[in-house]
Design a protein around this ligand. Structure first.
Ligand code: RFL
Ligand code: PHB
Length: 389
């Protein structure tokens, strides 16, 4: 088989990239290790920057998002007894849209299928060959049969545990990592959200986040131990911990119910440089991870897809390589700013084991400054709604 761009990974990065290229007549094949149902079963991001929303509209998948997504003009940051509402609209003229990653992925799969995109599921043993040559290829197994795709370029959209990043030789690849000493326990419940905007809350007992998917579907998270397991938490214990961590006025009106999903995520900051090696490009979680505080993971994947799709379209339209040649540099410049913001929000709002009184005072001073300084609020708002591409 032959194609122009072989895409490894059928998560949001791979699907969006495939769709944007295919619309411009560039042939792609997408290889996904799992089934479509499995990919759609993963509960992940919920907050979309305007840049991602625009890209989804350009990719022809904006209709349901526009009809069902919720536009948020601000968020609440709470620290002990202090509450700050950060007004995105006032400081940036922009907003974010609450619409689940699951729905984004579902819409993208429908669009890829409508275009009769070539997608292969349940692939195993994917290997990238000759990425630093003029004639790369990707080999893989399905049902015990070996297959090979010859292509012009390979794009690794295969997430943090994928194989693409590791194809770049150790001597060329540089990795930067910070592992936080806690995780997030998240639940989904068919209950009305406690507030119309997201609440990021820090208390002596630790961090909590109140988020949502729609009027009757809430997503809540609490900081937990790194080695915690969802089985150790009954729903009642979760609700009690959440109530303890959010401001009283919200705790008093929290509607609880059975959880329909419960999972633990570790918190990590990670960047792998460069994001291109020869004819291999990396996009999204394959190249970088942020802790979820700040909602930057999916959005940063989307800005990678923007730069790379523009570069490849320019190349196939005009033969000009400037876009793909500057891809890694442009993508990383924005990635590092998202890393900084997510690290900052994580450091500000979590309880760190072994935290000293000095560390606590630093958090308090930062919160005081944020509360009293509109420029500081504007900086938070600009980063939260998304830096320009
Ligand atoms: P994904 O979604 O991990 O998809 C990669 C796909 O590649 C497949 N794969 C392979 N396929 C073929 N061969 C192989 N060898 C393969 N290895 C892996 C996988 O099966 C998978 O389908 O990466 P992608 O597309 O780059 O998308 C990244 C986002 O999923 C991620 O950044 C966000 O979910 C992060 N994130 C959030 N981001 C936001 O922007 N806003 C949020 O509000 C937000 N909340 C979150 C989050 C992530 C979370 N978790 C679970 C980590 C909340 C949580 C709880
Ligand atoms: C979510 O709704 O899942 C969500 C929202 C905001 C975050 C992280 C996760 O910062």
């Amino acid at each position: 088989m032959r194609t122009q761009v072989a895409i490894i990974g059928g998560g949001p990065s791979g699907l969006l990239l495939g769709q944007l290229l295919h619309q411009r007549g560039i042939a792609t094949v997408t290889l996904e290790r799992k089934t479509k149902a499995y990919v759609l079963g993963r509960i992940r991001a919920g907050v979309l920057e305007a840049g991602l929303v625009d890209q989804l509209r350009a990719a022809g998948v904006g209709d349901r998002l526009d009809a069902e997504g919720f536009v948020h003009d601000g968020t609440v940051i709470s620290y002990g007894d202090t509450q700050i509402r950060v007004d995105f609209a006032k400081h940036t003229n922009a907003s974010v849209t609450v619409y689940g990653q699951t729905e984004v992925t579902r819409d993208l799969y429908a669009a890829r299928e409508a275009m009769q995109a070539e997608m292969v599921f349940n692939v195993q043993n994917v290997q990238i060959n000759g990425a630093d040559s003029e004639a790369p290829s990707v080999s893989y197994m399905v049902d015990g049969q070996e297959h090979r795709i010859a292509c012009d370029y390979v794009v690794g959209c295969d997430g943090f545990h994928g194989i693409s990043r590791k194809t770049i030789p150790d001597a060329i690849r540089r990795e930067y990592e910070k592992i936080y000493p806690f995780g997030w326990l998240g639940i989904l419940s068919e209950t009305p959200p406690v507030h119309e905007e997201l609440i990021y809350a820090s208390s002596e007992a630790g961090f909590a986040l109140c988020s949502m998917r729609n009027e009757n579907l809430s997503r809540y998270y609490i900081q937990c131990a790194l080695d915690d397991s969802p089985d150790r938490w009954t729903d009642d214990a979760f609700w009690a911990a959440l109530r303890e961590r959010i401001p009283q006025e919200y705790a008093a009106r929290l509607v609880t119910g059975p959880s329909i999903e419960k999972s633990v995520v570790p918190l990590r900051s990670f960047v792998s440089e460069p994001m291109r090696w020869g004819r291999l490009f990396l996009c999204g979680d394959a190249a970088h991870i942020v802790p979820p505080t700040g909602a930057k993971g999916l959005n940063t994947a989307a800005s990678d897809v923007h730069y790379l799709s523009q570069g490849l379209i320019q190349l196939y339209d005009t033969g000009e390589t400037q876009g793909i040649d500057t891809y890694s540099q442009k993508a990383l410049a924005r990635v590092w700013k998202a890393e900084r913001f997510s690290w900052w929000m994580t450091s500000l709002l979590h309880h760190f084991p072994g935290q000293t009184d000095f560390d606590l005072r630093m958090q308090q001073a930062e919160v005081d400054f944020l509360q009293s300084n509109t420029h500081a609020q504007a900086v938070l708002a600009q980063n939260y709604v998304g830096l320009p591409y």
